[in-house]
Write a protein that binds this ligand. Structure first.
Ligand code: NAP
Length: 312
């Protein structure tokens, strides 16, 4: 059998790369399965202005490329493949990518979360060009402009409240006539003079793919079927996130919302030697910098675990 790797990292967002940088610099020769498409959610953003250290900001894909190179420079072995199966029930653990098995003494799960989308081709085409799933990342670009937020949960209202500080007007579009969000968030949003609500409606088209910039959306009233066009500069889709935890279901404990359960203040999962970092274990903060921070923690915890369990 292949000699087990000390650390196998699954996923290549800020959490995975930071874990790789720390593990590589600690001489743990980490192996990283970056996924077929490396870089995570920041590959879908344009300018990132809130990652510390970059006075003028930088493009999301450029930040991820820099992290990739930094992790590689210290000796991380990168495999451009998706993990297809994981066995945390035996030791060494087994991480599989297609037909190849990677035995591992420790595993760092950094598979992230995926923002739910509306599924419109125009939404995909205009992501980063007026369509966003992150107000704290992109709200700044819509100062004094007209903004629309889709969703009726706490995330949608949190985004709307944040955007109301920047934009001229924020309309929340919800597919029902009642919000799912907590009472306190509802009260805050309803009290805000800049926030309006459009009920029983869904976005069924975003204009204008030909110019590569959002100028309007078409809404469909789900009760009457009536369609109407609304001029907007930015559309924020806040209909929830899905943690990428399907591989780990039944192997490590997950929370009822599907996120990996970690011991508070650590990255330790229910299986000793398996750590989780970044958005896959964080449904609250979900920032690149918090993900990077927990990636650092995971690598340091893996190092301590390896020291504590070393037999030679
Ligand atoms: P959520 O509670 O699942 O809400 C998602 C919202 O999006 C729902 O209103 C849902 O409509 C709507 N939606 C889902 N799919 C849709 C689609 N295809 N088209 C149009 N609308 C769609 O998700 P979340 O708001 O991200 O919150 C996730 C968890 O984090 C919750 O437990 C929440 O309380 C928590 N959270 C808390 C805070 C806070 O306390 N400050 C902030 C953010 C999140 P329906 O209502 O019709 O299902």
């Amino acid at each position: 059998m292949t000699v087990p790797r000390k650390v196998v990292i699954i996923g290549s967002g800020p959490a995975g790369y930071t874990a790789a940088i720390y593990a590589a610099r600690a001489n743990l020769a980490p192996l990283m399965l970056t996924g077929l498409v490396a870089g995570g959610q920041l590959m879908l953003t344009t300018l990132v202005e809130n990652y510390p250290g970059f006075v003028d900001g930088l493009m999301g894909p450029d930040l991820m490329e820099a992290m990739y190179k930094q992790a590689e420079r210290f000796g991380t072995e990168m495999i451009a493949a998706d993990a297809t199966a994981v066995d945390c029930t035996r030791r060494p653990f087994i991480v599989r990518a297609g037909d190849t098995e990677y035995p591992a003494q420790t595993v760092i799960i950094a598979t992230g979360a995926t923002a739910r989308t509306l599924g419109l081709p125009s939404e995909r085409a205009l992501t980063g060009r007026g369509v966003s799933t992150c107000a704290t990342c992109d709200g700044f670009f819509f100062k004094d402009q007209d903004i629309m937020v889709v969703g009726g949960g706490d995330s949608a209202l949190e985004e709307a409240l944040y955007l109301a500080r920047l934009g001229r007007k924020v309309d929340v579009v919800h597919r029902r006539d009642r919000l799912r969000a907590s009472k306190i968030m509802q009260e805050r949003a309803q009290k805000n003079p800049k926030i309006g609500f459009i009920w029983n409606s869904v976005v069924d088209e975003i204009f204008d793919v030909t110019t590569g910039k959002v100028r309007a959306v078409r809404l469909r009233d789900v009760q009457t079927g009536e369609r109407s066009e609304h001029a907007v500069d930015g559309l924020f889709v806040a209909i929830g996130h899905e943690p990428n935890t399907a591989l780990f279901r039944g192997q490590i404990d997950l929370l009822p919302n599907g996120y990996v359960k970690v011991l508070a203040g650590t990255t330790q999962t229910s299986v000793p030697g398996v750590f989780a970092a970044g958005d896959v274990q964080d449904s609250v903060w979900r920032q690149a910098v918090t993900a990077a921070g927990s990636g650092c923690m995971a690598a340091l915890e893996a190092e301590r675990y390896l020291e504590a369990t070393a037999t030679d």
